[in-house]
Design a protein around this ligand. Structure first.
Ligand code: ATP
Ligand code: MG
Length: 497
């Protein structure tokens, strides 16, 4: 009998990685065939032989029009596609190419990989979670569990440091910010809350720096640094390199240019850059405060602030956190590897970890506003976000019309009270006996399991009739089983290097 493998994958906006747990219980990063510990999440579509280049080779060479970066930012967009040689690629399919490269390369070292724990930002919605699981399946990987990125990082941190108390994980990566507060007590980790912002991360800082470069170039050469999107994307790589250099040096000189207007040497200072990104950093601190407030905590109630994600290498990040908390934050070892290492530990179930639910679930109901007396259609929350899971919660409603024979319950996901701003992730219909007056009681129960899967049931109290469903997001952008099989077979034939 073969020994079970414990494998974790971090599918990041900028870089992805795979780790396994060694026989002695320690997690270890498995390098790719290019000899790198992490694989840039970049795909280059070769024009000639249809080869898909994934990783550093895709970043460093070729045509920006055929290169896809930061695809994770679009995992929650059902209509987003990239067209290449007349073929449309969804974010799920492009992510599957990155995962297929990890599977293929890493299995050369640790043997066949079939089942994985994969991480997602804590604030990923149902569609993006579903897209991540599907991407794994397209790449020939079975997902044993989806884990939130800061939770995985916390597990790794707790594994390497013998600590207890309240911990805040501040994960500022390439595309997302996640803030998680948790309690570590002995071998047990309790997640108390996760907050975050989609689309706030390193790529935003690159965009700000490229604007500075363009302005300085205009001053020096009296011309636009880039005339089109294609040229702009080329300079974006220089901008990211300059940003990284400014984390180490206070003054740098960067050379940028284009074919028509020549090149220019531009002096940049860390101070100027930090000034330019200060608004975004303030937003991260506001989210930290919001997270503390939601739990009625003060900064002094937090025992350790743990930094995760490549963007925390910017010296302004620890400085800002130190100012807010009054003590030095610590870095989670290698900040861009710890999520992946934690995912592998998760696969091994190294510790008991209890999570909270990431989103509120509710239903659309007519609610009377206590102040105005007016009745309106509202999103009525049954399970609030950040409730410890597994959990089961119920809410009773009354039918609003006489002779209702079909009770229809819409299952919502989201925080807003206005039904317009939440997602409808499922519907349950329940046939009830005819001829009843309005005002019959109907109980809606949601249960949330460890894997963030939600089940809903509706019970008609009078007749005792009940209907249960497991909620699976079936909205736009979700592939059918048949499509998954077909696309997975297609991806198997593609050469990925
Ligand atoms: N020395 C550095 N200084 C500044 N930024 C850095 C440095 N090193 C890496 N970064 C930035 O960190 C980001 C990548 O971090 P990381 O690998 O943690 O993100 P990710 O996991 O791919 O993204 P996400 O978690 O948001 O999906 C990139 O934007 C990169 O430019
Ligand atoms: Mg990350």
């Amino acid at each position: 009998m073969a020994q079970k493998k414990y494998v974790g994958i971090d599918l990041g906006t900028s870089t992805s990685g795979l780790a396994h747990v060694k026989a002695d219980g320690t997690p270890e990063i498995v390098p790719n065939n290019d000899g790198e510990r992490l694989t840039p999440s970049i795909v280059y579509f070769d024009r000639y032989d249809g080869v898909k280049l994934v990783g550093s080779a895709a970043r460093d060479g070729g045509d920006p029009d055929r290169t896809v970066h930061n695809i994770k930012k679009h995992m929650d967009d059902p209509s987003y596609t990239i067209e290449m040689d007349g073929q449309k690629w969804t974010p799920t399919e492009i992510s599957a190419l990155i995962l297929a490269k990890l599977k293929q390369d890493c299995s050369n070292i640790i043997g066949e990989i079939d089942e994985v724990v994969i991480t997602v930002p804590a604030n990923f919605n149902e569609l993006a979670r579903n897209a991540t699981t599907t991407a794994c399946r397209l790449a020939g990987l079975k997902v044993s569990r989806l884990v939130n990125e800061p939770t995985a990082a916390a597990l790794y941190y707790a594994h390497t440091q013998d600590i207890s108390g309240k911990v805040m994980v501040y994960d500022l990566g390439g595309g997302t910010l996640d803030i998680t507060i948790l309690n570590i007590k002995g071998q047990k980790i309790d997640i108390l809350l996760s907050e975050g912002a989609r689309h706030l991360g390193g790529s935003n800082f690159d965009e700000i720096l490229i604007e500075i470069l363009a302005q300085e170039y205009q001053k020096k050469n009296g011309a636009d640094l880039f005339q089109d999107e294609r040229q702009r994307r080329k300079v974006l790589t220089t901008s990211e390199d300059a940003k990284k250099m400014l984390s180490k040096l206070k003054h740098i000189t960067e050379t940028v240019g284009n074919d028509t207007d020549g090149s220019a040497r531009i002096d940049l200072t860390r101070e100027l850059f930090e000034d330019a990104i200060s608004k975004l950093l303030t937003r991260t601190v506001m989210l930290v405060e919001q997270a503390l407030d939601s739990l009625d905590l003060k900064p002094s109630d937090i025992d350790h602030v743990v930094m995760v994600g490549g963007s925390t290498r910017m010296p302004i990040v620890p400085q800002t956190l130190r100012d807010r908390f009054g003590f030095k934050p610590v870095s989670c070892g290698n900040v861009d590897e710890c999520v992946c290492l934690g995912a592998a530990l998760f696969a091994k179930q190294a510790r008991q970890v209890s999570e909270v639910c990431n989103q509120s679930y509710g239903t659309v109901a007519i609610i009377e506003d206590a102040a105005t007396g007016k009745s309106e259609l509202r999103n009525s929350i049954v399970i609030p976000k950040n409730t410890p899971i597994p959990c089961s919660m119920s809410q009773t409603y009354i039918t609003s019309e006489d002779n209702e024979e079909l009770i229809e319950v819409e299952i919502t996901q989201g925080e807003d009270t206005d039904p317009q701003y939440v997602d409808i992730v499922g519907k349950i219909s329940l046939k009830v006996p005819a001829g009843r007056p309005a005002g019959c009681e109907v109980t809606v129960t949601y249960s949330y399991d460890q894997n963030q899967r939600v089940k809903a049931s509706v019970t008609d109290e009078k007749s005792g009739k009940r209907h249960n469903i497991e909620i699976e997001y079936k909205g736009d952008g979700v592939l059918s089983e048949k499509d998954i099989e077909r696309k997975s077979a297609y991806l198997k034939q593609i050469t990925i290097v």
